[in-house]
Design a protein around this ligand. Structure first.
Ligand SMILES: Cc1cc2nc3c(=O)[nH]c(=O)nc-3n(C[C@H](O)[C@H](O)[C@H](O)COP(=O)(O)OP(=O)(O)OC[C@H]3O[C@@H](n4cnc5c(N)ncnc54)[C@H](O)[C@@H]3O)c2cc1C
Ligand code: FES
Length: 267
């Protein structure tokens, strides 16, 4: 799959830590992406003030799609995301995708749980579910209220949790899980949150689909850095089912960073 040129046409959903970009790819986007799929996005010509520190391409979840245009929601984390957020309408980016396997749309009573930039792919999923007549319940968490993306856009019921208590429940979003009985838990966000979500789902006999945001240098199955157990997150995922992670020796325990360096998560 080759990168295609895409023009930045609109910016919306601004928060103090990021915003959404609507991109119009020049070709190759007739097929609708699945919620949970991602693109590799690159900046052939970084904006003024950005240089070699900007990576070749970074993975970004599809946050929305309309015929002819694609939405990405980006949080300012480091040099490449900062450069993407500095782009203005009319700037040209390069996107490769859609990549990977997304969420199933099998649920009848879905519960969605997102943390930080886990919200964008869940927004796309919630909109698809709502379009098929299913109103999801969504739990969104963030360090602070400014880190909660798309709060007003989710269809159905939305509940919030913030670590600092600036909105909604004061605490972790996983603390909102107890007492619920969905037929499927969909989740995306930091891995410790996904681990807690999986534990809760398994303890309650509920299937889960989890979207992993692992370090991905290539996104297309070439480098192996995104490996978890024997699965490549960029190709077998990024959405993996509870049955694929239940007995994992690495989920929540081992991550690979730049150059494939292995880091063990704190116990
Ligand atoms: C499937 C997938 C979907 C993603 N979707 C989104 C999204 O919708 N919105 C969003 O803001 N971010 C998303 N990310 C994370 C995003 O790709 C990284 O935050 C981004 O690459 C950071 O690059 P940087 O140069 O700005 O920061 P850096 O300084 O390079 O890194 C900042 C942080 O991001 C992590 N990171 C760096 N590069 C990558 C990478 N290639 N893959 C994963 N993590 C990385 C680092 O470990 C570090 O914790 C997604 C990641 C994956 C794997
Ligand atoms: S990111 Fe390179 S193989 Fe998955």
């Amino acid at each position: 799959m080759r990168p295609v040129a895409a023009k930045l046409t609109e910016i919306d959903n601004r928060t103090s830590v990021g915003h959404s970009l609507w991109l119009t790819p020049c070709s190759g986007w007739e097929e609708q992406p699945e919620p949970g799929q991602f693109v590799m996005v690159a900046l052939p010509h970084p904006p003024a003030g950005f240089g070699r520190e900007v990576c070749d391409a970074v993975p970004m979840s599809v946050a929305g799609w309309e015929p002819g245009r694609l939405r990405l929601t980006i949080k300012d984390l480091g040099p490449t995301s900062a450069a993407l957020l500095a782009c203005r309408p009319g700037d040209m980016l390069a996107v490769t995708g859609p990549l990977g396997h997304g969420f199933s749309l099998d649920a009848r009573q879905p519960l969605l749980m997102g943390g930080g930039v886990g919200a964008p792919p869940l927004l796309f999923l919630a909109q698809q579910l709502a379009a098929s007549g299913i109103d999801p319940v969504t739990l969104l968490g963030g360090t602070t209220v400014d880190e909660i993306f798309h709060r007003e856009e989710f269809p159905g019921i939305v509940e919030i949790a913030t670590d600092d208590g600036s909105a909604g429940h004061h605490g972790f979003v996983t603390e909102l899980l107890d007492g619920r009985s969905p037929d499927l838990l969909y989740s995306c966000g930091p891995e410790p949150m996904l681990v807690k979500g999986l534990e809760w789902a398994l303890a309650n006999g509920i299937r889960a689909e989890l979207c992993l945001e692992r370090y991905m240098p290539c996104g297309v199955g070439l480098c192996g850095v995104c490996t978890i157990d024997r699965q490549l997150v960029c190709q077998d995922g990024p959405v993996l089912g509870s049955e694929q992670l239940e007995h994992s020796a690495e989920f929540g325990k081992v991550v690979r960073e730049a150059g494939g360096v292995v880091r063990h998560a704190p116990a």
